[in-house]
Design a protein around this ligand. Structure first.
Ligand code: BES
Ligand code: ZN
Length: 636
């Protein structure tokens, strides 16, 4: 049988493969029109978190046909995979964590042999090995209940209170709990889905919805989706609930529960502008529409960059768009992360650090230099604090996770904030115009492909450094990417960015003199955050009472501000904050807020530990598996 136009070895390797190569025999691949993304073979591209052996056989396309069963909290149906295999290779290995597989065929009814190996410790799951016996399609009939990627919410956990809700969170390695595929960021796959759900629920996915939902006549509807661009499988996402849509521009809009939609739409009213700004900086937005969904509060992250459908926490809604750096961030992933993706989890900074840098640049375009400088100063301060706390030689402070450390143990600051400071530093040395041109071509030339730190640095050296030894010495590229701590050439934030706030911080530290209520109200959200982040560690009950009375922080409409207040209050055993924390922790499931508050309580010892236990007993059931896992490690 004739198979490939180009030797399979070329399709599977990095060097010779371009996105324009096509499979000759269309029967081998259902979506033969889709570009086949290369598999990187370098040591840096090895993903220890996946069982897949993509050099031998790999998935190129996933077709899901699944029923959402809210009563049993499970999905069930089939996943049909298109497979590309080296000649002579007789099996393909997928990732599986807890799937209930009933049978596997070649898609035409012929049974294939399969087995599930021993599960690794932690979240990696087990290898699912399928005998191909010449097949280039495998159809897996399965169900997934108790999938950690899926959170099934009871009606009471939604704003409307009438209907259940479902959302998924695939990143990092959770999609293997509901989709049997090669769950590795370097193995890009196109996908399509047919999903059925009970009326009146609407379903959205991180792919383009096809036509109107089909009424199945049994109280259910079927929704179809297509993602025709190869994506890393952690980006396959789904949400279903009683949700409506509001446009925010010709190609942007937001979904949310009806009672949340007006506030959500107002908060993300700048989205069209953000997309335009991003395009003006780093080239065309290549995904068609940019829509968002504001989820119920148990969503464990601030946001998740699911293609064409960013997922957002409702806790970013402040009424004044002050937290929509979050939208800029998830949008920025449309370039860094979704278009060009790290091949292994060790290169977290390639997605998140580059995105934080772009987020800041978008902020500057849309909101002006002053706001962007303040956000940069907050990043820089967070990075400095993290390095001071962890120690400058601690491996958790490295941008590329060193061998011997779990890529999921790296401090967020080492990836997000160090990444921002790194790229601002390079931009400053190279010059903005040249750097922007370089970054734009990096995205263009690696569009829909995986990348590594080594590739990023090699391209920078080839195109910008070009053998200039002095320039090389000034940049300290390897130290930034592979080293620990904060390199000496780091671009310091503008000392003026927070001049007024920092004076107020100093005054407060000296004699507890507070800014006036009017001055506080006039501050930006970033300024208010700066003030609260720089408060003295130890504060007395009367200090805290006076601070809250003057500034009204415990009733702030901005959850970032309210969180910083609660953290300061709890670490100082401030009893009046306990009911406030209880209310907040019952209402908010975003781990960035939840874990630190439990930690603050826990750290106080015998005062806070019983309080933490009591509050957690009431809130644990409402948290997402991710948040629960983090808090379980604190509260015992
Ligand atoms: N992709 C991340 C969320 C993520 C990272 C999920 C790693 C799982 C593993 C998302 O883009 C993100 O960074 N969210 C931040 C937003 C913030 C930096 C503006 C968050 O949720 O706090
Ligand atoms: Zn991100």
């Amino acid at each position: 049988m004739k198979r490939f136009a180009v030797p399979i070895a070329m399709l599977l390797a990095t060097t010779a493969c371009t996105t324009t190569q096509r499979v000759a025999d269309g029967s081998d691949l259902a979506s033969s029109a889709a570009p086949i993304a290369p598999i990187l073979t370098s040591a840096q591209a090895i993903d220890e978190e996946s069982w897949a052996e993509p050099q031998k056989a790999r998935v190129t396309h996933v077709a899901l046909d699944l029923d959402l069963d809210f009563a049993r909290q499970r999905v069930a149906g089939t996943a049909t995979l298109d497979v590309m295999a080296k000649p002579g290779v007789s099996e393909i290995v997928l990732d599986d964590r807890g799937l209930q597989i009933s049978s596997i065929t070649d898609g035409a009814g012929r049974m294939l042999e399969w087995s599930v190996g021993a599960a690794a410790e932690g979240e990696k799951g087990a290898p699912l090995t399928i005998g191909l016996d010449g097949a280039r399609k495998v159809q897996i009939s399965y169900a997934a209940s108790k999938a950690d990627a899926l959170q099934w919410l009871d009606p009471e956990q939604t704003a409307g209170g009438q209907h259940p809700f479902l959302f998924s969170q695939g990143q990092a390695i959770l999609n293997r709990t509901w989709i049997p595929t090669q769950d590795s960021p370097g193995i890009r796959q196109t996908w399509e889905a047919r999903i059925t759900a009970p009326k009146p629920l609407d379903v959205v996915m991180s792919g383009v919805r096809q036509g109107k939902p089909e009424d199945l006549g049994n109280g259910r509807r079927a929704f179809r989706f297509v993602m025709d661009k190869p994506v890393p499988p952690y980006l396959i996402a789904i949400a279903a609930g009683d949700i409506d849509f509001a446009a925010t521009g010709p190609r942007t809009g937001v979904w949310a529960e009806p009672s949340v939609l007006p506030r959500a739409a107002a908060e993300v009213g700048d989205t069209e502008q953000l997309v335009e700004a991003a395009e003006s900086l780093f080239g065309e937005y290549r995904w068609g529409r940019y829509d968002m969904i504001v989820l119920p509060p148990s969503f464990p992250y601030g946001g998740m960059e699911n293609p064409v459908m960013t997922f957002l926490t409702p806790t970013f809604i402040a009424g004044d768009r002050s937290n929509n750096g979050l939208v800029a961030h998830e949008l920025a992933h449309s370039w860094s992360g979704n278009l060009v993706t790290y091949a292994s989890w060790r290169d977290g900074w390639l997605n998140e650090g580059v995105t934080s840098y772009i987020e800041n640049r978008i902020s500057e375009e849309v909101y002006g230099k002053a706001r962007a400088e303040q956000e940069y100063a907050l990043s820089y301060a967070a990075l400095e604090a993290m390095v001071a706390q962890q120690g400058a030689t601690n491996p958790v402070t490295a941008m590329r996770t060193p061998a011997g450390t779990s890529p999921f143990d790296t401090d967020g600051e080492a990836i997000y904030d160090k990444g921002t400071v790194f790229l601002r530093t390079v931009e400053n040395i190279i010059g903005r115009q040249r750097f922007d041109a370089w970054l734009t071509q990096w995205f263009d030339n690696h569009a829909f492909q995986p990348a590594t730190s080594a590739m990023f640095l090699a391209d920078l050296r080839e195109k910008l450094v070009r053998g200039d030894r002095q320039l090389e010495q000034r940049l300290l590229l390897d130290q930034w990417v592979y080293g620990t701590g904060l390199p000496a050439n780091a671009l310091k934030p503008d000392a003026q960015a927070f001049a007024a706030v920092d004076a107020a911080v100093t005054a407060y530290a000296a004699n507890r003199s507070l800014p006036t209520a009017a001055a506080w109200r006039a501050w930006t959200a970033a300024e208010q955050r700066r003030f609260l982040e720089e408060l003295p560690e130890a504060l007395s009950a009367s200090d805290l009472a006076a601070l809250d009375k003057r500034l009204g922080v415990s009733a702030s409409g901005n959850n970032e501000v309210r969180f910083l207040w609660l953290e300061a209050a709890l670490r100082n055993r401030y009893q009046p904050a306990v009911p406030q924390a209880e209310e907040f922790l019952a209402r908010v499931g975003r781990n960035k807020f939840v874990s630190p508050l439990f930690q603050a309580l826990w750290n106080t010892g015998e005062w806070g530990q019983p309080i933490a236990r009591r509050i957690y007993a009431g809130t644990r059931g409402g948290y997402h598996a991710y948040t629960r896992g983090k808090v379980d490690a604190i509260v015992s």
